[in-house]
Ligand binder design. Structure first.
Ligand code: ADP
Ligand code: MG
Ligand code: MG
Length: 499
C-alpha cells in the first residue's frame, strides 16, 4: 500500500513542517502523539462495534448479569490490535488440529489405557476418581458410543528460547470462546480496514475465523446423525455464567442454520428433571435429547453435591451424543497429556509416522513426579517449570517459589500425593507492548499471547463425518501474570496478524 513517490515526499514534508510548527516537540514524540490520538479514536469505535455485534459478556458490577440474559452487558475485554504471529507457526498449529482430533478419538477407545494411566492420580485426586468411576461403570456395561463428537481447543505458546510452537494443553471439555473469538477477528479486520493505513497494518493478514459457525455445524451434524427430528441439544451450563453470550452465539447459529433447538440446564436441573427411558433416550422437560454439550462439569465446583454426579452419570448412560463423553473428557486431562508425551506411546494410537512426528514436535517437556531427577531440578530452578494439578479452567497451576515449596512439602509427605500433579517445562513467549481495552478504558502493557486452535470431530461408527480445524482464539495477558484467564480479568481476547 505504499503511496507513489511524490505523495510520499509530500507526506514527509508535511510531517517535517508540522514538527517545525510545534517547537520543542521531537518528530518521534509527535509520531507517538499521533498514534495515541488514532488509538483513542479506535477505542471508541471498537467499543461501539462490540455493542452492536454482540461481542459482550455479563458485567461483574451487575449481580443479575450472570443469570438474566440481556441484563448488565459490557464489551468483552479485547486487545485493540491483533497480535503478530509468524505464518509458518500458524500453519503448523492448524495442521495439528485434525491429528489431535483423531488422537483423542483413538485414545478414548482404549479404556484400559485411561484407567491404568490415571490409576495413581485416582488415589489422591477425588475429582479424577469420580470421573474414572463413571468411566468404569460404562466399561462394566460395555457401553458403546457409536456417534462421537469432539469440540476441542488445543492451546499453544511460542517459546522464544527454542523458537518453537509448543502445546500448553488440549481441552476436550467446555472449550470456551468459539463464539466471541470469531467476533474479535472481525472487530480487528474492521478496525484495520479503517486505520490500517495509518498504522501500517494490513487487515488481509488476519486469518478468517469461523469458529462459531463451525462448532454450530458440528453440533448440527451430530444432531442430524442422532436422527430424531423432535430432539433438542442440551447445553449443560453453570448456574451463573457471565460468558453466556459466547454460548448463545452457538445456540443462535444452531437454530438459524439447522433449525435445531437448544435447551440450557444446570447439572442440578438435569438431575431433577431428567430421565433415561428403557430404550436409552435421555428425556428432559418431556423432550428427547440428541446431543449433550457440556459448558459445565469440568471442575469440582460444578459438583457441589451428589445430585450433580447423578446427573453426569444419567447422561452418560443415555444414548444421547455426549460432547464430551466421559472418555473424551479423561483424554483431555493433564495426566494423559503427560503420558502421551512419553516415548512410544503415540505409536500405540496412530499409524502415520509423519503425523506422530508433527505431534511430538509440539510437545513441551512433561514429567510425572516419580521422576526424582526432574523433581530435584525443579526445586533447584523452579522458574523453568510449571506444576499442574488435574484441573481445568485456569488459576490452578503453581509457579516459582510456590512450586519449590509445594514440591518440598509433597516430598516430605512421602505418600502418593505427588501423583496428583505433573511437571511441565515452562514456556517463555516474547513479550510485547499492547493496547488492551477493558470496561471502555485502554491501557498499554507488556503482554504475552496463547493461541488456541479449535478442532471439530464427528464420526458415526466407521464413517468420519467431520475432522477439521475450526477457527482459532488468541488470548493475550499481561506478562507479569502467570495465568491468564479472560474471565478472571488478566487476559483479553485477541486475534492474529500473520507476519
Ligand atoms: P487450564 O486447563 O486451567 O487452562 P493450562 O494448562 O492451560 O490449564 O494452564 C493455565 C495457564 O497457565 C495457561 O493459559 C498459560 O497462561 C499458563 N501455562 C500453562 N502451562 C504453561 C507452561 N508450560 N509455560 C508457561 N505458561 C503456562
Ligand atoms: Mg484446560
Ligand atoms: Mg488452558
Amino acid at each position: 500500500f505504499a503511496p507513489p513517490a511524490p505523495r510520499r515526499r509530500r507526506a514527509a514534508r508535511a510531517a517535517a513542517m508540522s514538527a517545525e510548527a510545534a517547537p520543542g516537540v521531537a518528530p518521534a514524540e509527535e509520531a507517538g502523539q499521533r498514534r495515541a490520538a488514532v488509538l483513542a479514536e479506535m477505542v471508541e469505535e471498537a467499543a461501539v462495534w462490540c455493542a452492536v455485534h454482540g461481542l459482550v459478556v455479563g458485567d461483574r458490577a451487575d449481580p443479575r448479569s450472570g443469570t438474566v440474559p440481556g441484563v448488565g452487558l459490557v464489551h468483552a475485554p479485547f486487545s485493540l490490535l491483533p497480535a503478530r504471529f509468524p505464518a509458518s507457526f500458524w500453519k503448523q498449529a492448524c495442521e495439528l488440529a485434525p491429528i489431535f482430533n483423531e488422537l483423542v478419538d483413538r485414545v478414548s477407545l482404549d479404556g484400559e489405557f485411561l484407567q491404568a494411566a490415571l490409576s495413581r492420580t485416582k488415589q489422591v485426586d477425588e475429582f479424577t476418581a469420580r470421573l474414572l468411576e463413571i468411566h468404569e461403570k460404562m466399561k462394566a456395561i460395555n457401553k458403546k458410543e457409536d456417534i462421537r463428537l469432539g469440540l476441542h481447543r488445543s492451546d499453544y505458546m511460542l517459546d522464544s528460547e527454542t523458537n518453537s510452537l509448543l502445546q500448553i494443553e488440549l481441552n476436550t471439555i467446555s472449550s470456551s470462546f468459539p463464539g466471541l473469538g470469531s467476533l474479535v477477528s472481525e472487530l480487528h479486520r474492521t478496525l484495520l480496514n479503517h486505520y490500517g493505513k495509518v498504522l501500517g497494518l494490513d487487515s488481509k493478514r488476519i486469518p478468517r475465523n469461523w469458529a462459531a459457525t463451525q462448532f454450530a455445524e458440528a453440533l448440527g451434524k451430530a444432531w442430524a446423525e442422532y436422527n430424531n427430528d423432535s430432539a433438542v441439544v442440551l447445553m449443560v451450563v453453570q448456574p451463573e455464567e457471565r460468558n453466556m453470550y459466547d454460548q448463545y452465539w452457538l445456540v443462535s447459529h444452531l437454530k438459524e442454520s439447522y433449525g435445531v433447538t437448544t435447551i440450557r440446564k444446570t447439572l442440578a436441573q438435569v438431575e431433577a428433571e431428567g430421565q433415561v427411558l428403557t430404550d436409552g433416550t435421555l428425556v428432559i422437560d418431556g423432550r428427547a435429547v440428541a446431543v449433550v454439550y457440556f459448558r459445565a462439569g469440568y471442575a469440582p465446583a460444578d459438583y457441589p453435591s451428589e445430585a450433580e454426579w447423578r446427573a453426569r452419570l444419567l447422561m452418560e448412560q443415555s444414548s444421547a451424543i455426549k460432547c464430551p463423553s466421559i472418555s473424551y473428557h479423561l483424554v483431555g486431562t493433564k495426566k494423559i497429556q503427560q503420558e502421551l508425551a512419553k516415548p512410544n506411546v503415540l505409536e500405540r494410537f496412530l499409524d502415520n509416522k509423519e503425523d506422530i512426528a508433527k505431534l511430538r514436535k509440539s510437545f513441551a517437556g512433561l514429567w510425572s513426579l516419580d521422576n526424582e531427577e526432574i523433581v530435584k531440578s525443579a526445586i533447584e530452578k523452579p522458574d523453568l517449570f510449571v506444576l499442574k494439578p488435574q484441573r481445568e479452567g485456569g488459576g490452578n497451576n503453581i509457579y516459582g517459589h510456590d512450586l519449590r515449596d509445594m514440591l518440598i512439602k509433597l516430598q516430605k509427605e512421602q505418600g502418593e500425593s505427588l501423583a496428583a500433579y505433573i511437571l511441565m517445562q515452562r514456556i517463555f513467549p516474547k513479550a510485547s507492548l499492547t493496547p488492551l481495552v477493558r470496561g471502555g478504558d485502554c491501557f498499554e502493557d507488556l503482554t504475552i499471547s496463547e493461541l488456541g486452535i479449535y478442532g471439530a470431530y464427528l464420526r458415526n461408527k466407521d464413517k468420519v463425518i467431520l475432522n477439521n480445524q475450526s477457527g482459532y482464539l488468541m488470548r493475550t495477558k499481561v506478562s507479569s501474570s502467570n495465568e491468564g484467564g479472560v474471565a478472571a480479568g488478566f487476559a483479553v481476547l485477541d486475534s492474529i496478524l500473520l507476519t
